[in-house]
Structure formats: C-alpha cells, structure tokens
Design a protein around this ligand. Structure first.
Ligand SMILES: *[C@@H]1O[C@H](CO)[C@@H](O)[C@H](O)[C@H]1NC(C)=O
Ligand SMILES: *[C@@H]1O[C@H](CO)[C@@H](O)[C@H](O)[C@H]1NC(C)=O
Length: 834
C-alpha cells in the first residue's frame, strides 16, 4: 500500500543529481509519491517526515502542515507518525480527465525554521470505469431493399479511463445480416458502424435486435452494451396473391341485383399501403361481364349488377386483379367462372309451322289440319313440354318428331253443327312450378254438299180466285239448305206435269231465285178446280241435291156464270108458249121452269120468282123448284092469254139473274095434254120418291156406319191417348184445307147428322166437294145441297154453324169411305138440278 519513492526509487543521490540536472531552479530535492486513485481514507501515501529528513518528534512542534493550492484537502499529515494520509476519495478522472499523467502538487510548510517543501503525488489510473453508450437503446430503420454493404454509423461508447483502461474494442452479437466495423477517427475515437451483410426481407423478419458491446483494455475488462433495434422498412416487393387461381361459383338466373355470388381474396405480405389490396376486373374484361357483375374493390365481393338470363349466357368467365397501394402498385391475377343455373322462367312457345288449312267436313279421322311446333328456351325438365288439345274439340295432336306435332281430326266433323273451331292448344313444361301457354288455332270446316234443300212445308195450299189476272204473283215457296255458298244456292223449278194435256208451265211460272210462283193464265173454276204441282228446289253443289214440295192450287169459284134456263126452251124469241085447260083447279101445275148455273155453291143456288104477271092472283112460282102452279081455280072471267115473267137468280155475289117469259094460253076443253103432263109428272114424282127412299136408306146406313166408326175411334182414342199417336183430331180450321179428307160427317151429341162433307176421291181429275147442312128438325126431303161458293166463305159458314153447335160436336174422318157416299151425292145434285 505504502507505495512511494523518491523519484524513480533510486538513491537519494542519484535523484538529486537528476533533479539538479533537470531542474536547475530547485535547490532542494523534490519528493514524489505515486498512489492509485480511489484509495480509502486514511491510506498512507508515504512517511513524509522521514522523507524530508525531519524528526518525527519535532514535526508537531514545528507545525508541519499542507498548504494546498486547491480548495480540496485530499491529504492530511499524521503528525504523530509523520505520514501523509489520504483524506478524501481521489478520482483521477475528476482531477485530470483524459490527461495521461495526473500530478497533485502539495506544499509542505514547517516552521522554526520556516521551510517549504514541494511534494507531488502522482495519481495513477485504475480501471474503475466501464465503457458507456450515451443511449442504451439505439433504433435504426433500414429499408429492406437497401444494397448489401451499406454502412450504418452507430454511436460510440465512452470510457473515462485512460490508457489501457480506456475503450478498446466493440463487439456485436452474432447475426446473419449485420457485421460490425470500427472506425478510428483522427482524434482517436473509435466509432462502430453496422455493415449489411445479407439482404433483408421485412416479410421474413421486420425487426432485428442486436447487442453492441464496448470493451475497454483494463484488467479485468469492463464493458458497456447498447441494444440496437433495426427496423426493416417495408418496400412494396410483394404482389397481392389470390388464394385461388380459379374461383368457381354458381348463381340462379333469377338472382336479383345486388346478390352476392362469391368473394375473391388476395393477400399482400407487404405492410401498410403496400399491403392494402383493392380488387378490380382485369384490364381486358369485356363490357358484357362488367354490365352483369360488379367487384367490390374493398371486399372483393362479386355481386350481380345486371340481368342474368341462362338462355342468353350460361357461363361467365373473367379475370380479376388485386392491386396494392404501394408505389409502384403491384398486382395479382386470378380467374372467376360463374355458372348460371337455369330456372323455369320461360313459358313454352307454341308456333304454327303452317297456317291451318280448311278441312272438309267429310274428312276421315286423322286428317292433318295444321303443323305445330313447340319450344321452351329453358333447358332440362324446364324445357320439356307437354302439348295437349283442350278437351271438347274434335281434334288431337299427333307427335311427328321432337317437339313437332300435327293437329289431326279426332272425330267426324259436321260443318252444319260447327263451321269453325278455335282449337285451344295447351303447352305445359315440366318445370316446377310448371309454366303454361295456350294458343288458339283457327280451323275452318269446308262445306260438303251433304244437306238437301228443305222446304218450309212439305206441301203448300194456295187458293186462287178464278178469272185472276194472268201474271199475278200467287205465292212464294221457300226452301233452305244448311250447307253454305254454292251448296246452299237454291234454284226453284216446277216439275213438268200436265193438266188436261196442257203442261204445267203454261199455267205457272216460278221465279228460279226466290220461289215466287206466278200464274201464267187466268183460271176457270168451271174447267179446273185444283192443280197439284211439284216444286223442286235444287242446290248448286256438285253433285247437286234437290227436294220436292207439293203445291195444291185451289181455284175458288166466282159467280161468273148466269143461270141458264133449260126448260122451257126459249129458243124461239124469248117467249115460251104453254097451254092449260080452263077447268084447271087450284094447284094445277102449269109448267116447271128449270135453270142451271155453271158455278158452284151459292153461286149455283138458283131461286125462281114471279117478276110480272098478267094476273098475279092466278099463278105462283115455287121459289126452289120453279114449278108454276095456279093459285086458284081458273074462272070464265080469266083472260085466255096470260103472260108471266119469271126471274131466275143465283145466290152469288153479285147476283146473276136471267128471266124467262112464259105465255099461257087457257083453252076450253083441253084435257089430253094435261093428263099427259100429269102422268108424266106423277111418274117423275114416283121416281123422285124412289130416289128419296134411296137417299134415306143411304143416309141411314151412312149414319149407322158413322156411329159405328165413331165408337171404334172413341175406343181407339181412349186407348192410344195414353201415349200413342192420336187418331182422332179435334176439329181445327186447318182441317178444312186438308185435301186428303174425303168425307167428313159432323154429328151432334144427340144423334142426327148435322153436316156432311164429301170430297171427290180423285183430286186431280174430279176434285169435287159437296157439303150439306142438315137441321135436326129438317126432313130429308128438305135436304139442301150446298156447294161452297168459295172455300173461305165455306169456312165462314162452317164457323157460323160451329158457333151454334154444342161444344161436344165432333168431326170424324173417314178416309176413302166408299164411293157410295160420293155417288150418292152426285145423284143428289143431279136430282136437285132436276
Ligand atoms: C222474287 O223476285 C221478284 C222479282 O225480282 C220479286 O218481284 C218478288 O217480290 C220476289 N219475291 C220474294 C218472296 O222476295
Ligand atoms: C222430285 O220430282 C221430280 C219430278 O216429279 C222427280 O223426278 C224427282 O225424283 C223428285 N225428287 C225427289 C227427291 O223426290
């Protein structure tokens, strides 16, 4: 510890010599002590008393002391021992800094005698300081792309010690990327620097932690460390990368706008803007894709932005890119495939490949009418179509080849029932839910001449007055034909029959177009009473069809004939001469005027009347028989010559009349001719009564027959009225028109015949009708023959009669009842005419 020496530790003398040599000015020997710094207080530096060759015992009395120049008293003197002792901690670095030699000069003063000694204490350095960095943590930022070998200066460390104790070297912990280089500056400072040895990749390691150690040269070595944080600054050296090279997705074609389809994702290893990714369509993406889909730049979500239609585009493929926001931007690429899923969004479409052709109504089953094609733009089941004809049409569909059909007839057609059809065709696809369309196919049915013309009535009755003007329109017949156009275009004609050797065409003409019948001649009831003509209606079809109708033309009697006197003959002038005896009694038949009228019925109903007489009290004329009889006995005063003017009238409208003048010569004694006449008359009477007898007999038998028929019919009616066709007809006005009626007998409930009508059997040739009214009171001898003046009048008469009859009056019909009746009435008529 005590570590002092007289300079160099050499001998006193030697020291003195050196001192003398070097320091001329110093007369005395200079004492120097060398001590290390940082000694403990009380450490002895050296025995100063001894070194100054002073007596230890005297130093106290001589007041040895240290007169220090500095304020600090690092040393004191132990006066008892004469030792220089460390008083205070001595830090060399504080005293001398970096100066290599550190000397503390001390003035030692002693009194009695006053002496001054100079002592130097050299403070030796010890390694009491470690190297130190200003900052314990150093942060540096290095771009990752920086070149190899780039240097990064670091802060140097400092060590206040000097010499070998001062900073000696630096070390860096072992790492791959950096190495340390130490630069020595001009002033000797040692500065460390980092050199990049291996390229950095922020994406692998973004921060490096290095330890820099500064070492001094002391023993033991002291060191100081600093922590270096190297932040690797990102450069945009990574492109965004998609997680798939091809994205596949499906979307229904009904997807609405905004529907998400898929999300594309790209990652960028860089950080910050260099790692922020935005998504785009690739540069070359076609507009149609852009119009249909959108890419959200931020999220990468692909959404529907336009209308999808599987039928237009079944699949979309496009490229997408992801770009970062670095400078320059880097981008990655991928592809997207979106398959559109078909949905049943298209209705089937029915197309007529040929216009429907009209089909004949007699077409056989299976005749093709139209060709139909059906389409559905959807695919799969959605595009499969079932085609049917709506129920209720006589057509069906016959498939020909895929989706082609022919519409064919399925049953027999009748244009007259349905002239055209709007055939409803329904197409349904097999989608779910199925879609349906329908179409009407208009099919016209072509007419075939399969209907013959039909007259409104099977027969027509026309009543025409005789003496009608020629060329007058009589009647119109009309027929219809259910066919159409030419097949229904009718022409009318009259069949060429003959009436009394004269062809029908000379009597009648028919308008071929509308069936109006005209008379070609004036008719004479007295010649022909009934025409039965056959009218034919014929269509223009090919072959044509025709129908016949019978037209009965009844000629109605007109009072166009004047009664003609047939007896007495008035050929010689207009006066007939008769003779009678003067002896004639009252009621003597003078003569009988007989006249006939060519007309019929009322028009032929003749009455006789005495118009003028020389002596009207003598003669009377029977109104009905025309017998001229005396009213009283002839007397002698009566003139021999008498003249009678007898008027003969018919019952027509207007009345036709004629007269006959009868001159009567009353002769005296005339007998023979009278008896003759009488005999003749009685013979006639006999004959008359005989006929009357037959008449009664006939009528009685007819009555019995009628009653019998009546009961048979009654029983028959009673039976058949429960569902059969009635055989007895309640009398109606039409009954009178029926020309087939041959005999009508009307009976009152209480028995006697009231009215008998007999129509001639052969209508064409004979056509005679007779009617008779019988009053229940009347006797058979009073039977009056009535010929209808006209059928109309006749009907009126009957109607009047009808009114007077009880309700239960019945009409019976007897078809073809014996010619007996007819003959009988002929006779009656003849009788009447006398
Ligand atoms: C038929 O035609 C003629 C001449 O054109 C005409 O006078 C007549 O009135 C027509 N008849 C009918 C029923 O139309
Ligand atoms: C119509 O009458 C004519 C002449 O009488 C005859 O030739 C024809 O066969 C008849 N037609 C019919 C359908 O009865």
């Amino acid at each position: 510890m005590k570590h002092f020496k007289c300079i160099g530790g050499c001998t006193w003398w030697a020291l003195c010599v050196i001192s003398l040599l070097l320091l001329w000015r110093t007369a005395e020997c200079q004492i120097r002590y060398t001590i290390p710094e940082e000694l403990k207080e009380g450490s002895v530096v050296g025995n100063i008393a001894k070194d100054l060759e002073l007596d230890v015992s005297s130093i106290s009395s001589r007041k040895l002391r240290i007169a220090s120049e500095s304020s600090k008293q690092y040393f004191t003197v132990d006066l008892a021992k004469g030792e220089l002792v460390v008083n205070e901690r001595i830090d060399r670095e504080t005293l001398c800094g970096q100066t290599a030699a550190c000397l503390l000069p001390l003035q030692i003063v002693i009194e009695n005698p006053l002496q001054q000694h100079r002592v130097e204490v050299e403070i030796q350095d010890i390694n009491d300081n470690a190297p130190q960095f200003h900052k314990k943590e150093i942060e540096i930022t290095i771009p990752e792309s920086i070149a190899l070998g780039t240097r990064f200066p670091l802060e140097n460390a400092e060590d206040p010690d000097v010499g070998s104790n001062s900073l000696n070297s630096y070390t860096l912990n072992k790492n791959e990327h950096f190495r340390l280089n130490v630069k020595t500056l001009n002033d000797g400072r040692k500065v460390p620097e980092l050199i990049l040895d291996k390229t950095l990749d922020r994406e692998k390691q973004s921060v490096y932690k290095l330890t820099l150690k500064a070492l001094d040269g002391g023993n033991p070595v002291k060191s100081g460390t600093a922590l270096i944080q190297v932040h690797v600054q990102d450069t945009n050296d990574n492109a965004p990368k998609f997680d798939q090279t091809l994205y596949k997705a499906t979307v229904k074609e009904s997807a609405g706008i905004g529907q998400s389809v898929l999300t594309i994702t790209a990652t960028d290893l860089d950080e910050g803007l260099n790692g922020e990714v935005e998504y785009f369509f690739a540069e070359h993406t076609v507009d149609s894709v852009k119009a249909t889909f959108g890419v959200n730049p931020q999220t990468g979500e692909v959404t529907v932005v336009g209308k999808l239609d599987y039928e237009d585009v079944k699949m979309y493929t496009f490229d997408v890119s992801a770009k970062d926001k670095g400078q320059p931007k880097l981008e990655g690429h991928s592809s997207v495939q979106i398959d559109i899923i078909d949905e049943n969004d298209n209705e089937p479409e029915i197309k007529l490949t040929s216009l429907p052709s009209p089909v004949s109504e007699n077409a056989t089953l299976g005749t093709a009418v139209a060709l139909i094609n059906v389409k559905d733009r959807d695919s799969g089941d959605n595009g499969k179509v079932k085609l049917i004809v709506a129920p209720g049409y006589p057509f069906k569909l016959k498939p020909s080849f895929d989706n082609h059909y022919s519409l064919v007839t399925d049953s027999l057609l009748d244009r007259e029932v349905n002239s055209e059809y709007d055939v409803k065709i329904i197409a349904t696809d097999l989608g779910s839910p199925p879609l349906t369309t329908s179409k009407s196919v208009h099919v016209k049915i072509r007419d075939i001449n399969d209907n013959r013309p039909e007259f409104t009535h099977a027969s027509y009755d026309i009543y025409v007055r005789e003496n009608n003007p020629a060329g007058a329109s009589l009647f119109s017949v009309s027929a219809t034909d259910k066919d159409e156009s030419k097949n229904a275009l009718l022409t009318y004609s009259i069949a060429d029959t003959k009436f009394q050797d004269i062809p029908a065409s000379s009597y009648f003409y028919i308008n071929a177009e509308n069936g109006t019948i005209y008379s070609m001649n004036s008719f004479d009831y007295e010649k022909l009473k009934l025409f039965q003509i056959v009218v034919q209606a014929k269509d223009q079809g090919s072959p044509s069809l025709s129908s016949n109708a019978t037209v009965h033309v009844f000629i109605l009697d007109q009072n166009d004939n004047v009664p003609v006197v047939i007896y007495p003959s008035a050929s010689m002038g207009s006066v007939s001469h008769q003779r009678m005896p003067r002896s004639a009694k009252m009621g003597h038949l003078v003569t009988k005027v007989t006249a006939v009228d060519a007309d019929s019925g009322h028009n032929a109903w003749i009455s006789y009347r005495l118009a003028e007489a020389t002596d009207s009290s003598l003669f009377a004329v029977n109104l009905y028989t025309g017998e001229v009889r005396t009213k009283r006995s002839v007397s002698e005063q009566d003139d021999a010559s008498q003249r009678l003017l007898i008027e003969i009238k018919d019952n027509g409208e207007p009345v036709q009349s004629t007269t006959v003048t009868v001159d009567i010569l009353i002769e005296d004694g005339l007998h023979e001719p009278v008896s003759d006449f009488r005999q003749k008359a009685s013979e006639k009477d006999k004959k008359n009564s005989k006929i009357t007898f037959y008449l009664i007999l006939s009528l009685a038998s007819v009555s019995v027959l009628s009653l019998l028929t009546f009961f048979i019919l009654l029983i028959k009616c009673a039976r058949s009225s429960r569902g059969g066709e009635s055989c007895c007809i309640r009398r109606d006005s039409d009954g009178y028109k029926n020309p087939n009626r041959n005999l009508q007998i009307q009976l009152n409930t209480d028995g006697p015949i009231k009215y008998v009508e007999v129509l001639g059997g052969d209508m064409m040739s004979q056509s005679q009708s007779f009617g008779s009214y019988l009053s229940p009171m009347s006797e058979f001898s009073d039977l009056t023959m009535v010929k209808p003046s006209s059928t109309l009048d006749f009907k009126d008469t009957l109607r009047g009669l009808d009114a007077s009859l009880p309700d239960s009056a019945w009409t019976f019909e007897c078809q073809q009842v014996s010619t007996l009746c007819c003959d009988f009435f002929h006779e009656v008529k003849l009788l009447h005419h006398g």
